[in-house]
Write a protein of this length. Structure first.
Length: 224
């Protein structure tokens, strides 16, 4: 009988240890139940994030639709809700995005700005307004013109003014440099620039899956 007591206490001790381990496993702060709760919380947060991403994408689509003027509006809005071209946040955005003059295809946003793919991308909302303009354009906010852009050559139209860009405003008709001569007209252009203009001097625009493009005003001189 004396030998049974230690065995009994040993068994009771093992049961106690097992119960303690079971308690920690199922009921403690880092147990299975808590892990399951945290997993459910993570899944809920993921679902909320997915919903927010979808909502943001919808907002981006709506903003792009508004900026491009493809639905009920033909205006661009700045952060203050202004639609006047004289507001620097509005300016010639629509003229660049839709190019109603027909002098070339639409100008992508990334030509002038760093375009984010996510809200927290570098260069998006990590600095105060105004929006940054690509350094290669030598944007001058004081004069509201671009200094080195190959689109307008030396004409430097003002961003917040109308009527600064038309056929001949960038290089003259004909251009003043050789081999052009003063007697040349628009119908002479296609002789050397057949990828940019047709025989009547109209700008050639090509419609494709990526949008309308043109060899005119693309920074490359179209010559044979």
């Amino acid at each position: 009988m004396s030998g049974e007591a230690p065995v009994k206490w040993l068994a009771l001790s093992l049961v106690a240890v097992i119960l303690m381990l079971q308690y920690r496993l199922w009921l403690s702060d880092d147990g299975v139940r808590e892990v399951a709760r945290l997993s459910e919380a993570v899944e809920r947060q993921k679902a909320e994030n997915d919903e927010l991403v979808a909502r943001n994408q919808q907002m981006v689509a709506e903003v792009a639709e508004r900026v491009l003027g493809t639905t009920n509006t033909q205006f661009v809005y700045n952060l203050a809700g202004n639609t006047q071209i004289t507001a620097i946040g509005v300016g010639a955005h629509r003229a660049h995005l839709t190019v109603p003059s027909g002098l070339r295809g639409p100008i992508p946003c990334q030509t002038c700005h760093l375009v984010p793919t996510q809200v927290d991308d570098p260069g998006h909302i990590d600095s105060l307004p105004p929006a940054e303009v690509n350094d290669s354009l030598s944007w001058d906010r004081a004069t509201r013109t671009c200094g080195t852009t190959n689109c307008h050559v030396a004409s430097r139209p003002v961003w917040t003014a109308r009527g600064g860009v038309f056929c001949g405003s960038c290089h003259g008709i004909p251009p003043a440099d050789a081999p052009h001569t003063p007697t040349m007209t628009l119908t002479s252009c296609a002789t050397c620039h057949s990828q940019s203009v047709d025989a009547f001097g109209a700008i050639l625009l090509t419609t494709g899956p990526g949008g309308t493009t043109s060899k005119h005003m693309n920074g490359v001189v179209d010559v044979p």
